[in-house]
Ligand binder design. Structure first.
Ligand SMILES: [Fe+2]
Length: 245
């Protein structure tokens, strides 16, 4: 929904590079119908580029390139018929665990594009080897994009951790759902703080269900959203990269 004469509210973000839209393979969309509803909501909000990012983690979501490709192919076929100008590709949200280390060593990561890899860590406890895994990615010439830094509660009292990761050139990807208050006040506040500091370099929705879309509308009304749209984001870089190639 948008007022007449105004751009749809997600137009300036340009693309969603973190969303659990592939049907039936993680805790995201359960079926093709919901996946299509999620894409329809994106389309109406002004998004024409989506990177589906299912979880890959050894303890819960043992997805492989094949399981992700199969779910993508199913959705892509339907989506292309309905919205020929919507581009949908797949990548993964890699949990930083032993399995990710194996994928790094065997060169089997699923990047967002180019060398940019979306990673996440535990939101409840500090993972002991997280920094070492990030270092290994960088040694292997990957560019880590850290999903939802505002959601790692153990870091909320540790601003040094954010500074340290920034020094390592890790790109912080904020969730619009955080800015819209879906996870609670601490996550929303941290998202706002990271945006105000100019520390956010990428934006994703991290949508798992179409019913969560209302929080994206709330996010767009947050004053920090304007600030976010005014900086150079990986989202814009992706669109430029694809326009060139
Ligand atoms: Fe996610």
């Amino acid at each position: 929904m948008h007022l007449s004469g105004q751009k749809p509210f997600l137009h300036e973000i340009g693309c969603d590079l973190h969303v659990h839209v592939l049907p039936g393979i993680d805790d995201g969309s359960p079926d093709l119908m919901e996946s299509m509803q999620i894409l329809e909501a994106h389309y109406e909000a002004g998004i024409r580029r989506v990177i589906a990012t299912p979880h890959i983690r050894s303890d819960f979501f043992q997805n492989t390139r094949q399981t992700i490709y199969d779910a993508w192919a199913l959705l892509h076929e339907q989506a292309l018929q309905r919205w020929p100008d919507l581009r949908l590709t797949y990548a993964a949200e890699h949990f930083a665990d032993d399995y990710l280390l194996q994928l790094i060593e065997s060169d089997k990561l699923l990047p967002l594009f180019d060398r940019y890899v979306l990673i996440e860590t535990s939101m409840r406890v500090e993972q002991p080897y997280f920094m070492e895994i990030v270092e290994r990615l960088i040694e292997k010439n990957w560019k880590p994009v850290l999903a939802h830094p505002e959601r790692y509660r153990p870091w909320h009292q540790k601003p040094d951790r954010y500074a340290q990761l920034r020094e390592m050139q890790v790109i912080f990807q904020v969730n619009l759902l955080s800015l819209g208050g879906m996870y609670g006040a601490p996550e929303q506040r941290m998202a706002e703080q990271l945006i105000q500091k100019g520390w956010i370099g990428a934006v994703g929705t991290d949508l798992h269900r179409v019913s969560q879309f209302k929080y994206l509308r709330k996010a767009a009304q947050n004053p920090a959203y304007g600030r976010l749209c005014s900086v150079s984001l990986l989202n814009h870089q992706l669109l430029k990269h694809e326009a060139r190639n």
